[in-house]
Structure formats: structure tokens, C-alpha cells
Write a protein that binds this ligand. Structure first.
Ligand SMILES: [Zn+2]
Ligand SMILES: [Zn+2]
Length: 174
């Protein structure tokens, strides 16, 4: 445990688990008009796309601020090595089913998805979609996604953003 007080919102969080304040992360997502893109919006169904895509569940979209906060509190930062963008991944069950999968050529979902991924999680075009937890975990195992490590500064228990050698506190101080 490493209780840190957020300099922005004043909330307290465990910096050995969250590299950045989860409250502020959720707030930053709430402000984005494109957080649920039409591609991943269940209210556009039935809708065919040229390739496989997933939609967020109607329940999650109906309670989006609450769902987003739960995502921020339940997820983990990963680096997508294919494009060097950071994502936020939730691999545990949430209060709503995250979403479902629409196969290539189909117009409606055929199966539920158990995980959530926020693409470009720290950028203005961050957006949320539903994923298969096992598939992302396979990507962590094969190196497609990289996890954050503990800060390399002696005695610091904080977690770093993926690919960073030091935590946010020691990175901004450097
Ligand atoms: Zn904060
Ligand atoms: Zn540190």
C-alpha cells in the first residue's frame, strides 16, 4: 500500500496499484464526447461493420458515469506495443456486463464479452469498448501488451505507467 493524496482532486488512492489517480482518470473520460463512439454504441444496432466489432452493453451506457468510475477503479494500465499507445484494461467482473461481440457480416451481437478496454486511455480520443478478457491476457503473455513495473527509485513502492522506469512522482521530479 502507498496512500497518496491526489494534488488535483484531493482524493486518496493506493499508488502501489494506481500509477495515476483513478478519480481524475474517470473525470477526464467523462468530459470526452467521443468516449463511446458510434461503432461501440449499442443504440446504433442493428448495424453491420466490414469487420468484427464489439458494443458496450445498454446497461453500461445508460449508467455511463457510474460505469466509467467503476472501470477506472478496477483496471490496469497497459502499453499496446503495436502502436505504443496506453490502454486501460479491466479483467474483473463489473456490476454491468461490459458488452457483446458482433461478428464480421452480422448486424447484431452474438455473444457476451466480459472485459473492458479503454483505448488511448490518456489521450483526447480515448474510447471505451468491450473485450474478451482471455484474449487480452494472451496478449499480455505474448508481449503485445506491457504492464507497468514498480518504481526503480530505492524504497519507492509506487507503480509506474508501462514502459516508464519511475512512478509519476519521481518522473515529474526528475
Ligand atoms: Zn485525483
Ligand atoms: Zn517512485
Amino acid at each position: 500500500m502507498d496512500h497518496t493524496t491526489c494534488g488535483k482532486c484531493g482524493g486518496s488512492f493506493d499508488a502501489s496499484r494506481y500509477p495515476r489517480c483513478p478519480n481524475c482518470l474517470a473525470s477526464s473520460w467523462h468530459l470526452l464526447p467521443g468516449f463511446v463512439t458510434s461503432k461501440h454504441d449499442p443504440n446504433t444496432l442493428p448495424h453491420a461493420y466490414p469487420e468484427y466489432h464489439s458494443v458496450i452493453s445498454k446497461e453500461a451506457v445508460a449508467n455511463l458515469p457510474q460505469f466509467t468510475t467503476e472501470v477506472a477503479l478496477s483496471g490496469e494500465w497497459l502499453l499496446n506495443k503495436r502502436n505504443d499507445k496506453r490502454v486501460y484494461f479491466v479483467a474483473i467482473p463489473l456490476s454491468s456486463i461490459p458488452g457483446s461481440a458482433v461478428p464480421k457480416g452480422a448486424t447484431m451481437p452474438v455473444s457476451a464479452l466480459d472485459g473492458v478496454l479503454v483505448a488511448k486511455a490518456d489521450e483526447p480520443d480515448a474510447h471505451i469498448y468491450a473485450v474478451d478478457i482471455a484474449q487480452v491476457q494472451a496478449g499480455i503473455s505474448d508481449g503485445t501488451y506491457e504492464r507497468g513495473k514498480q518504481c526503480s527509485v530505492d524504497g519507492c513502492a509506487r507503480l509506474c505507467l508501462p514502459a516508464n522506469p519511475t512512478c509519476e512522482t519521481h518522473t515529474s521530479a526528475a
